[in-house]
Design a protein. Structure first.
Length: 371
C-alpha cells in the first residue's frame, strides 16, 4: 500500500513538472532554441515556426586537424544559435559519405552542410535532400552542385591560396627553383590550385618540377613523409630547392622527411594551417617557411550561418569564397611568445573572425543563449 501511494505521488509530481515546463517541449541551450527564441524579437518567422532546429554536417575527407577544426567551428556556431548539430567525417570513404547523406535525407534534419563532395553521386544526393525540402550548403564540392536550385557552394579562395604561396616561393627561392610538387587530383579545390601552379610554371619558364607525389587517405602525412624521404635519396643537395605542398597534410609529411634527412636547405611552402602546423613552422631550423590559409573553424562557422539563413527563408548567394592570408615563418618567429591558432590574430589582424552572414537575429540568439 505504501509503495502504491508513493508511486501515485511520484507520478503526480512528474505530471506537474511536465506541465510547468511546457509539456516537455523546450530544450536546453545545447539542444534547441524554443526558450531562447522567446527572448528574440526580430527572429525570422520560419525559425520561430521550426522551434528546435537540427543540422547535420557531413565531410568526406578526414583524419587531419583541418577537418577537426572545420567540424568544431560548425558545431560551435550552430550550438551558439541554440541549434542541435551532428557531425560526421567519412575519412575518405565514399560509401560511408554517401550513406551518411542518405541517412540525413531520411532523418529529421532541418539543414545539411556537405564538405568535399567530389563526385557526381554527391549531386544526386543533394537533389534528394532538396526534394525533401532540406536546405543545403556545400563546401569545397563539385561545381555541378551550382545547377541544383537553392544550393550555396562555398570554398576557400583556392586560386589566391596557391598564388600567395607560389609568389612567396618565387620571391625566396627564385624563378629558377627546382621543385617537388605535392598535389592530388580529383578534388575541386586541388583542381583550382593546380591551375595556378600551371600558370606560374608558364610565367616563370626557369622553374622546373623535379618530382611530384600525392595521395589523400587517413595516412596522407605518413605516406607523404615516406615518398619525400625516397625522393631525397635520389636527389642530392642542389637538385631540389623547394617543395610546394598544396595541403598541410602534405607539408607535415614533407617537413618531417626533410628534417630527418638533414636537408633543411630545401624550403617548404604550404597551404592550410593548424596548431600542429604552426608549432612545426616555429621549430628551430624548420624547413616549412610559409603557408597560406583560412581559419578552418571560421569556415565551419560561416557555412552554418549560410545554412541558418536558408532555413530562415533569407536570400543567400549561389557561391561564396573565403579570403586567405599568408603566414610566414619570419612573422611567427618575430613574436615574443609561441603562436597558436588563437594568438595568430596578434600577427595577422582579423584572423579567425568575420561577420559574414551573421545577421542581427543571429547575434540576438547567441546573446540569449549566453554565447
Amino acid at each position: 500500500m505504501i509503495n502504491r501511494k508513493f508511486r501515485l505521488m511520484f507520478a503526480l509530481i512528474m505530471a506537474i513538472a511536465i506541465v510547468a515546463t511546457g509539456c516537455g517541449q523546450a530544450k536546453s541551450n545545447n539542444g534547441g532554441n524554443n526558450g531562447q527564441a522567446a527572448q528574440v524579437e526580430n527572429l525570422p518567422e520560419a525559425i520561430k515556426e521550426k522551434g528546435d532546429i537540427k543540422l547535420m554536417v557531413i565531410r568526406k575527407i578526414g583524419g587531419d586537424d583541418h577537418t577537426a577544426q572545420f567540424l568544431a567551428g560548425a558545431k560551435q556556431e550552430g550550438e551558439s544559435l541554440g541549434f542541435k548539430v551532428d557531425t560526421f567525417s567519412a575519412n575518405n570513404d565514399a560509401a560511408k559519405f554517401h550513406d551518411a547523406i542518405a541517412q540525413a535525407t531520411n532523418g529529421d534534419y532541418d539543414g545539411v552542410l556537405i564538405s568535399h563532395g567530389d563526385d557526381p553521386a554527391t549531386v544526386e544526393d543533394v537533389k534528394k535532400l532538396k526534394e525533401k525540402g532540406i536546405p543545403v550548403v556545400a563546401f569545397d564540392s563539385v561545381g555541378e552542385l551550382s545547377e541544383v536550385e537553392g544550393v550555396t557552394l562555398t570554398s576557400q579562395n583556392d586560386e589566391l591560396l596557391a598564388q600567395q604561396t607560389l609568389d612567396q616561393l618565387v620571391k625566396e627561392s627564385g624563378d629558377q627553383a627546382k621543385l617537388v610538387y605535392l598535389w592530388v587530383d580529383g578534388f575541386p579545390a586541388m583542381v583550382r590550385r593546380n591551375k595556378i601552379y600551371q600558370e606560374t610554371l608558364a610565367k616563370y619558364p626557369g622553374l622546373s618540377e623535379v618530382e611530384r607525389f600525392g595521395v589523400a587517405n587517413e595516412n596522407t602525412s605518413v605516406d607523404t613523409q615516406n615518398a619525400v624521404a625516397a625522393m631525397l635519396t635520389k636527389h642530392p643537395k642542389g637538385e631540389i630547392d623547394a617543395i610546394f605542398a598544396t595541403w598541410d597534410a602534405f607539408a607535415i609529411g614533407a617537413a618531417r622527411a626533410v628534417a630527418e634527412a638533414g636537408r633543411t636547405e630545401i624550403k617548404i611552402y604550404g597551404i592550410d594551417v593548424s596548431n600542429a602546423d604552426l608549432q612545426m613552422m616555429q621549430q628551430e631550423n624548420s624547413p616549412w617557411v610559409s603557408t597560406a590559409a583560412v581559419d578552418p573553424k571560421m569556415i565551419g562557422a560561416v557555412n552554418i550561418r549560410l545554412l541558418a539563413k536558408k532555413i530562415a527563408g533569407e536570400e543567400t548567394p549561389a557561391a561564396y569564397n573565403l579570403e586567405p592570408a599568408l603566414i610566414t615563418q619570419e612573422a611567427l618567429k618575430a613574436s615574443s611568445e609561441p603562436v597558436n591558432m588563437v594568438s595568430l590574430a596578434t600577427i595577422i589582424p582579423g584572423w579567425g573572425t568575420t561577420d559574414a552572414f551573421e545577421e542581427d537575429w543571429m547575434k540576438a540568439l547567441k546573446a540569449a543563449n549566453g554565447k
